[in-house]
Structure formats: C-alpha cells, structure tokens
Design a protein around this ligand. Structure first.
Ligand SMILES: [Zn+2]
Ligand SMILES: [Zn+2]
Length: 253
C-alpha cells in the first residue's frame, strides 16, 4: 500500500482517496456501480492513484474531471477513459498555465513526497477526452447514476457531480472549507456566485469537497452564498478586490 494516499470508506460503495500530506489536501472519490467504477478526479499525480483504486475494486475504472486544474488531473495519465466538460476540452489538450508555475505550486510548502517522486520529471497531463460532458449529462455505472451539474466560476467548465439517490454532492473546487479561488484571469466571481445558488437548489445530505476537511456541514452552501451576497451588496464582486474572510472560508476575487 502506497502510504502517500489515505483511503476512507464513506458508505458501502463509495470511497475517498486523499493526499493529506500535501498542502492542497486533495480528495478523489471512487464510486462503485454494478458494472464499473467512477473516479472523480485523480489528484496531484505524484504517485499512482490507479494502484490504490485497484486495491478497492476489480471493476473497470473511468475518470470524470471536475475541472482541468493540475491538482485534479495529475493521475489521469494512469487511465484510458476520461470524461471532461465541453468548456475545458482544449485545456485537456494544452494546459493554459506554464509547467514552471505548476511545479512551484506543487512545491510551495515542505512536503514528504513519495521516495520515487522527482519534481524535475513532473509533467502536466494532456490528452483527449473519451466523453465530452454538458450540463445535466448522466453517467451510469450500473445501478448508480451520477448527474453533471455545470458550475462555472472557478473555471469555465467546472462541474459538480450529484447523486440523487444518496443526495451526495461532489463539489470539486466550488465548495470546501478554505480559500475559494475566483481571482485568476480564467475565473469569474459572478458566475461562481450563480453556481453556488444553482447547487443550493439541490436536496443535499452530504457535501464531498475536493480539498481540505471532509467533514463539512451542508449549511456551508448557505454560508458561502451569504458571503457572496455580502460582497455583492458592498459593490465589490469583481476581480481585484482581494480576499474576503468569513468564519470557515475565504473568497479570493
Ligand atoms: Zn481548481
Ligand atoms: Zn483544486
């Protein structure tokens, strides 16, 4: 077992594979259906996540991407079948940020990387998707259906994944406890706020974020919505206005 990853079981057929040693504290989710398994994101790509997933299941594994940021596609190289939203297909072919910037982010804070990891060999994944997703696309893995909810703002093709039966919302980088990012040129704070309002309409029992704490209350959605409302009321919902600090999260625009 590769000690780089931590695995936790959420329910009988749902697992989370985390990279807690790294400052990004990424979480990827492995959903088991009756016919196949679905891995939501693949993390940093500094160790082989497929090996860890294959310890959990013998089913064929497909990968769905919440968005094409380097910390969510690192392990795509280990898989053949990849879903991506239509707005980020080009980014999968050619990542818009230089490799040097990505590597300096990866190494930003001291971290005990796997022994065989070499930063100088780190490459950003590029490839072609097997399936292109749009809003409301469904992914059926056999007796288990996962719905795509297009939630732009953090990135143009960002998606959340929703399971109606379990009322799980896999939120990617739209919702987590920590600093929410809408300040890069490719982000859009107004769309980010709209996307929060969109997912707030869904009946949700559990939020499953891509970073940081796994135990976040569903009320965080309401709190983030309120945060954006406050920023908007102050006439500051535009890029360049800095970091707004709320109790459990920050919004950087
Ligand atoms: Zn991101
Ligand atoms: Zn991220």
């Amino acid at each position: 077992m590769d000690s780089w990853f931590q695995t936790e079981q959420i329910d009988e057929n749902t697992f989370v594979i985390s990279e807690e040693k790294h400052w990004e504290q990424t979480h990827c989710y492995l959903l088991l259906g009756s016919k196949k398994a679905l891995l939501i994101d693949t993390g940093l790509g500094v160790a082989n996540i497929k090996k860890v997933a294959e310890l959990i299941t013998d089913l064929p594994i497909e990968v769905v991407t919440t968005h094409i940021h380097w910390d969510h596609i690192g392990g795509h190289k280990y898989f053949d079948f990849i879903y991506v939203h239509e707005a980020e297909v080009e980014w999968l072919a050619q990542f818009p940020v230089p490799r040097s910037v990505v590597v300096s982010n990866l190494l930003k804070y001291p971290c005990e990387f796997p022994a065989d990891f070499r930063a100088e060999d780190y490459n950003i994944y590029h490839g072609k998707p097997s399936v292109i997703l749009v809003d409301d696309s469904k992914i059926d893995i056999g007796n288990r259906s996962i719905r795509v909810v297009h939630t732009p703002g953090h990135s143009p093709g960002h998606i959340c994944l929703y399971e109606e039966e379990r009322q799980y919302l896999y939120t990617g980088d739209l919702v987590y406890e920590g600093c929410l990012y809408a300040f890069y040129p490719t982000t859009d704070p107004v769309l980010f706020m709209k996307s929060i309002k969109k997912v707030k309409q869904l009946p949700v029992q559990r939020l499953l974020p891509a970073h940081h704490s796994l135990q976040i209350p569903v009320t965080l959605l309401e709190e983030i919505d309120n945060g954006f409302e406050q920023i908007m009321s102050a006439g500051k919902l535009a890029q360049g206005n800095g970091i707004f600090d709320f109790q459990y999260f920050k919004i950087h625009i």
